[in-house]
Each structure stands twice: as structure tokens, then as C-alpha cells.
Design a protein around this ligand. Structure first.
Ligand code: FDA
Length: 303
């Protein structure tokens, strides 16, 4: 399938923006704060939690950083005003990490202060491996003053097990485990699906055994079942973990079943004007996504 995904990868950027939007729209909650709030409310009404993400990353000019900072402040006001059951997820490169680390920290701390004031949980998404050290450093620094902050570890990276154990030593209490979305070289990352999945399970297990609250972020049904069995076999209480999924990925049946069986389930809800650039970048970083989009497009045409 690799050749096919690569072929699609070259074709999708040629498609008109409206056509891409037609397929991509189920993966994001519209372009405005209002549309995101509606989506979150509807998820909350169905018994799901949310973490809201304002699309955007790798800001290239420090002047551009003020916009996402303001937007996140507004988002937190909205979450609080409308009593939404939602945290926020953010990317440090959107706050200027790659341009000016000191300024990025100041921007981040502004958001952390607001989050603390409004009692909102802040998750720092993990970006490509050039950001891992800085992201973990920001997280450790933040966590000491703002305990309602969480980080993410990617199971495709060899280093993640050590990172987790080190974080446990340093008193980490909340991690999201995902496979990892970026293309990383074999020198630093597992390439085979099975090894990535095994490491995912290992990280979840290690986290739970060390009293870390774990966000199990995957759509891989085998992996979900493996984690579910581990939780059941070891009598792990629901306040120690949650399952997480990206908005739009078609595993509603599984998520409803998890919810009905008493597990906490959280949707990752991205929104905002940067959806096109975001979708295209995701596609370039991970050609497998082209296959998902293609499948969706044909489902759409035949429905
Ligand atoms: P896998 O890729 O094996 O997919 C399992 C099945 O799910 C596939 O067979 C496919 O059918 C379906 N599927 C997966 N993605 C789909 C899609 N987009 N559309 C349709 N079907 C799809 N990554 C990262 O590097 N840093 C981060 O901070 C985060 N944060 C994050 C939060 C949450 C809540 C989730 C669920 C995921 C992330 N990720 C992430 C992305 C993650 O690393 C990973 O790339 C994707 O979730 C896909 O991997 P799966 O675990 O779903 O397995």
C-alpha cells in the first residue's frame, strides 16, 4: 500500500480546497470558537470528555505568536463560561518554541496562569523529535507550579521508556501515551507496527504500575482491548486512566462501549482557521493518512 499512499500524497494537494474540506471537516470542529464549543457540548451531553486544540504549529515569526495565545485565553474563558467539560491541548512551537525559547516560556506561563484560575487541565502535545527535550523540560518546569499539566510520550521513540521512568522519579502524575504521528528515523524509533504497539502497551503498563494517570490515546482496537484487559485483570480504578481518541476517527462504537462499561473517554477536538495547512502537513508527515482520507472520500460519495 505504500506506493498507493505516496501516490495519494501527491494527488491530494492538487485537489481544490473545498474538496479537501469536505473530507477533512469531520476531523475538526469548524473554524470558530462557537463551533468548537457546540461540538464539545454535544460530546459532553453524550457522556464524553474533551480536550480542545487550536490548530496551528511551528509559528515562524514571534509576532505571530500573540494570536494563538489570545485565542487560547478566549478558549479557556469559553470553557469556563459555558461550563464545558474540557481541558486544552497545545503545541509549544505554536507559542514560539523554535524561535525564542524564553518568550515561548512566557507565553506558556500566561496560559498556565489562566488555566489555573479557571481550573482547566493543560496537555502539552508532543511534536517531532527535535522538540522532545525542550517539551519535557517545559513540562517539568510547569508541573512544579501548575500541577494540572500533563505531557505526552510517543511509543515509537526508543527513548520513551527511559523518559517515563525518569518522569516517575521526578513525580510525574499525568501522561498521555500515543504511538506518534511524525516520521522519525530508525536510529531513534521503532518502524514496525507491532513493536510500536508493544511499546505502547508497555508504557501504559509502566505508567499505571507507577501511579501515573494515563491517557490511552489510540484507535487501534487490538491495543484498546489489551489495555482494557490489563485494567480489568489488575483492578485499576477508573480515576487512574482514560481512553482518548481524535474527533472524526470512526471508532464511535468502541468508544460508546468503553463509556458504557464505566471507562472515562475523552475526544481530542481540534478547531480553527489553520485546518488546511494542518491537514496537509499531517499528510506529508504521515502518508498513511492519505489512505484514510481516500477511504473516507469514497464512503462519502457512496453514502
Ligand atoms: P494506527 O495508526 O495503527 O491506527 C489504528 C486504526 O485506527 C487504523 O487501522 C485506522 O483504521 C484508524 N485510524 C487511525 N488514525 C485515523 C485517522 N486519522 N482517520 C481514520 N482512521 C484512522 N501524536 C503525536 O505525535 N503527538 C501527540 O501529542 C499526539 N496526540 C494525540 C492525541 C490523541 C487523543 C490521539 C488519539 C492521538 C494523538 N496522536 C499524537 C496521534 C497518534 O500518535 C497516532 O498517530 C494516531 O492516533 C494513529 O495511531 P493509532 O494509535 O490510532 O494506531
Amino acid at each position: 500500500m505504500e506506493w498507493f499512499n505516496n501516490f495519494l500524497l501527491n494527488v491530494v494537494p492538487l485537489a481544490p480546497k473545498w474538496a479537501v474540506r469536505l473530507v477533512a471537516k469531520k476531523y475538526f470542529a469548524g473554524e470558530t470558537l462557537e463551533s468548537a464549543a457546540q461540538e464539545i457540548q454535544s460530546l459532553n451531553q453524550k457522556g464524553f470528555y474533551s480536550t480542545a486544540d487550536i490548530l496551528g504549529e511551528n509559528v515562524e515569526d514571534i509576532e505571530e505568536v500573540q494570536q494563538p495565545v489570545e485565542s487560547y485565553l478566549e478558549l479557556m474563558e469559553k470553557i469556563s463560561d459555558e461550563n464545558l467539560n474540557s481541558g486544552i491541548s497545545l503545541k509549544l512551537t505554536q507559542l514560539g518554541l523554535k524561535i525564542d525559547k524564553e518568550q515561548a516560556w512566557k507565553n506558556f506561563e500566561k496560559l498556565l496562569e489562566k488555566a489555573e484560575e479557571q481550573n482547566i487541565f493543560v496537555r502539552i502535545d508532543m511534536e517531532d523529535s527535535s522538540c522532545t527535550d525542550d517539551t519535557l523540560e517545559f513540562y517539568q518546569k510547569a508541573r512544579k507550579k501548575y500541577p494540572d499539566t500533563g505531557a505526552v510520550l510517543q511509543s515509537y521513540l526508543y527513548r520513551s521508556e527511559n523518559d517515563l521512568l525518569e518522569m516517575v522519579e521526578n513525580g510525574t502524575t499525568n501522561l498521555r501515551i500515543c504511538k506518534g504521528i511524525y516520521t522519525e528515523p530508525p536510529e531513534i524509533s521503532y518502524q514496525e507496527r507491532e513493536l510500536i504497539s508493544d511499546n505502547f502497551f508497555k508504557l501504559v503498563r509502566l505508567g499505571l504500575e507507577n501511579d501515573v494517570y494515563i491517557g490511552i490515546a489510540t484507535h487501534d482496537l487490538d491495543l484498546i482491548e489489551r489495555c482494557e484487559n490489563f485494567i480489568e485483570d489488575n483492578d485499576i480504578e477508573p480515576e487512574n486512566y482514560e481512553f482518548q481518541a481524535l474527533l472524526g476517527v470512526p471508532i464511535e462504537k468502541t468508544l460508546k462501549r468503553l463509556r458504557d462499561n464505566g471507562h472515562k473517554v475523552r475526544y481530542y477536538v481540534p478547531f480553527g482557521g489553520e485546518w488546511y495547512a494542518y491537514s496537509m502537513r499531517r499528510l506529508q508527515e504521515n502518508p498513511d493518512l492519505a489512505g484514510y482520507i481516500f477511504k473516507d472520500f469514497f464512503k462519502l460519495k457512496s453514502s
